[in-house]
Ligand binder design. Structure first.
Ligand SMILES: *[C@@H]1O[C@H](CO)[C@@H](O)[C@H](O)[C@H]1NC(C)=O
Ligand SMILES: *[C@@H]1O[C@H](CO)[C@@H](O)[C@H](O)[C@H]1NC(C)=O
Ligand SMILES: *[C@@H]1O[C@H](CO)[C@@H](O)[C@H](O)[C@H]1NC(C)=O
Ligand SMILES: *[C@@H]1O[C@H](CO)[C@@H](O)[C@H](O)[C@H]1NC(C)=O
Ligand SMILES: *[C@@H]1O[C@H](CO)[C@@H](O)[C@H](O)[C@H]1NC(C)=O
Ligand SMILES: *[C@@H]1O[C@H](CO)[C@@H](O)[C@H](O)[C@H]1NC(C)=O
Ligand SMILES: CC(=O)N[C@H]1CO[C@H](CO)[C@@H](O)[C@@H]1O
Length: 559
């Protein structure tokens, strides 16, 4: 039924293809152009645009996989070596063919049916599918996980196709004082807006891949900043969900108290679609059992008037008024954003400070909790593996493995594993740990985000994504929704961000974050959508030319 005749519009050229042969241009006059939508540009294509094209038979999920694979090869192997993608899924084409058949015969399962998604390499997929789950570490190469991650089960059930695994800061940046985006297996990932620029992390590859269309959508994980910051520095929309909204079962852990899995994508609309699929209870992650019984349909939050009549607070103390936490460029863009928020019908309450702000700045409670959680949970991870050829079965083994394999895990400039060592020195859950956890909840929730929302009768808090924004939400376990805010000017002087990376640099992006209380994602998505639709900041600037892959659907259809 489909695939015999296709009209392909590439820019202003219109080509008629019959049975795979390009017909003379004169035939084109007979084509009713309005009925034949152009193929979406994969640099920017949204999930809804892809679904429209798939439903109309303009292309298939097999075509999508081929095109994304080619785009990954272009920038990963031949191009500027962005090192965004660590592995691709050898089963993806077969899965796509089956899902294409299902679409034709019985319709699509969800808005994610047949949509390729890239996962951060700490999110488990069963080994028989052909991919590793390593958090970027050679200590986990060819290890066999017991099961798919909880979020992967939901994605597969919804018909999504796992395209591959994304590079990351090794162990989600819980290894030591290393540059963002570096892992032993993946090397140094760099961002696409300036050559050699810092992608931030730890979900670095997810961010870079989303920013230039190496996948339709991606998943990252955040413990403190790891979705928010790569979204910010790669001109993207990101959702760091409330801890316990999305399952962490099968995600290589840092901390059960702070880890959370969420989308890193090109639009709030795509983020809402992905979150609607991955949110929900999972018996294998008991934190998810505390969430409300019904997962909201986040797509219904996408309203351009969502900010009308809302009260948005600006917690200036510490987050905006301590020198050097954010710079002049970001500060100026943020003040402009406040004007936009008012134009969109909201009341801006400014300042609306967190009572705990100064204590958050000096607190070391988070480190105490993470150090203990990481050791306990990473040991459990290694023990749970059905096989691990490296022989590593504990955090202590990992530290020894890294030292024994410096060519893999401790190359020049990337030798530090002080966080692993600090975590290994902890002795488990004791009174100090529980006191620190209680302080975190007090600082982040009771005398933090919740106190401010209540005192000023607010619907959300607003801050620039850079700086310390992620900390109160991290220790509280509360959500953040991030959208593009602006770009550094072309005359920006580059600064070193690591041995191989720079930030800021000319033209590199930064984001804006909406913060709220537990399970307030629906509201935050609405606010971020209203701001995104009004400003369209993402579209104001593209990646540098060599970082933009050229393969499009037209290059793979019928081949
Ligand atoms: C993991 O990576 C290794 C080395 O690149 C590869 O041989 C193997 O096929 C990959 N997949 C699995 C499931 O181990
Ligand atoms: C989850 O279970 C663990 C023990 O298995 C327990 O320590 C923890 O408090 C539980 N958490 C929640 C949120 O129920
Ligand atoms: C934890 O937070 C409390 C409350 O701010 C503070 O008094 C205490 O010093 C903090 N502990 C550490 C280790 O930073
Ligand atoms: C808890 O363990 C840590 C090491 O992980 C130690 O520094 C601390 O003193 C212990 N606290 C108590 C109350 O034993
Ligand atoms: C960059 O250009 C702007 C005007 O576009 C100017 O205000 C600013 O001072 C310049 N900055 C530097 C570092 O040259
Ligand atoms: C190590 O870092 C320095 C800068 O800090 C850089 O000049 C050098 O090229 C780096 N070497 C390697 C092998 O990464
Ligand atoms: C393990 C793996 O596939 N590593 C790849 C990481 O990315 C670079 C390209 O940037 C590839 O050369 C590696 O093969």
């Amino acid at each position: 039924m489909f695939g015999i005749t296709r009209w392909v519009c590439i820019g202003c050229w219109v080509t008629l293809t019959v049975n795979g042969f390009v017909q003379p241009q004169s035939r084109v006059e007979t084509v009713e152009l309005k009925k034949q939508p152009a193929l979406p540009d994969l640099y920017e294509a949204s999930v809804l645009e892809l679904q429209e094209g798939l439903d109309a038979g303009l292309f298939t999920s097999v075509d999508l996989i081929k095109a994304y694979f080619a785009r990954i090869d272009e920038v990963n192997l031949k191009g500027p070596e962005l090192r965004a993608v660590i592995e691709t899924n050898p089963s993806a084409l077969a899965q796509a063919a089956a899902l294409d058949y299902e679409r034709k015969t019985s319709g699509k399962r969800s808005l994610m049916h047949g949509i390729p998604i890239l996962l951060k390499d700490n999110i488990a997929t069963v080994a028989e599918e052909g991919m590793n789950t390593t958090a970027g570490s050679f200590s986990l190469l060819s290890s066999v996980v017991p099961d798919d991650a909880g979020v992967v089960k939901r994605l597969r059930k919804a018909g999504a196709i796992i395209l591959g695994k994304a590079n990351l800061s090794e162990f989600a940046h819980f290894r030591g004082n290393l540059a963002s985006g570096w892992s032993g297996r993946g090397g140094q990932c760099t961002a696409a807006y300036f050559p050699g620029s810092d992608p931030c992390g730890s979900s670095s590859g997810s961010g870079v891949a989303a920013s230039i269309g190496l996948a339709a959508v991606t998943l990252g994980s955040e413990t403190d900043g790891s979705i928010t910051c790569p979204s910010s520095q790669n001109n993207l929309a990101g959702i760091k969900p409330t801890v316990g909204l999305t399952s962490r079962a099968g995600v290589i852990p840092i901390s059960q108290n702070q880890d959370t899995v969420g989308p890193i994508v090109r639009s709030i609309s795509d983020a809402a679609i992905v979150l609607s699929v991955i949110a929900g209870k999972d018996p294998n992650d008991n934190f998810t059992l505390a969430q409300p019984n019904v997962v909201p349909n986040y797509i219904k939050a996408l309203k351009k008037d969502a900010l009308v009549g809302k009260r948005i607070g600006v917690p200036r103390k510490v987050f905006l008024d301590v020198p050097d936490i954010i710079d002049e460029t970001v500060a100026a863009a943020f003040e402009t954003a406040l004007t936009t928020i008012k134009e969109l019908g909201a009341t801006v309450v400014d300042p609306a400070d967190l009572p705990s702000a100064e204590e958050i700045l000096t607190s070391n409670n988070e480190t105490i909790v993470l150090d203990v959680d990481f050791k306990v949970q990473l040991n459990e991870w290694y023990e749970s593996l059905l096989e691990n050829p490296s022989g590593v079965r504990s955090l202590a083994d990992l530290i020894a493995f890294n030292d024994a394999n410096p060519e893999l895990e401790e190359p020049t400039n990337f030798t530090d594993q002080s966080e692993l060592i600090e975590s290994e020195a902890t002795t488990g859950f004791n009174a100090t740990y529980f006191q620190a956890l209680a302080f975190d909840h007090d600082l982040g929730r009771t005398r933090g985000i919740d106190a401010t929302l209540q005192e000023f009768n607010l619907d959300a808090l607003l801050l620039p994504a850079p700086g310390l924004t992620t900390v109160p939400a991290a220790i509280a376990g509360y959500p953040i929704v991030t959208v593009p805010l602006g770009f550094y000017p072309d005359n920006t002087t580059t600064q070193s961000a690591g041995p191989l990376t720079v930030y800021p640099a000319p033209g590199v992006p930064f984001g804006l974050s909406f913060l709220g209380t537990a399970f307030s994602e629906f509201d935050l998505i609405g606010f971020a959508f209203a701001y995104e639709q009004k400003t369209q900041t993402r579209l104001a600037r593209k990646a540098f030319p060599a970082a933009i892959p050229s393969t499009q659907l037209a290059d793979v259809i019928g081949k």
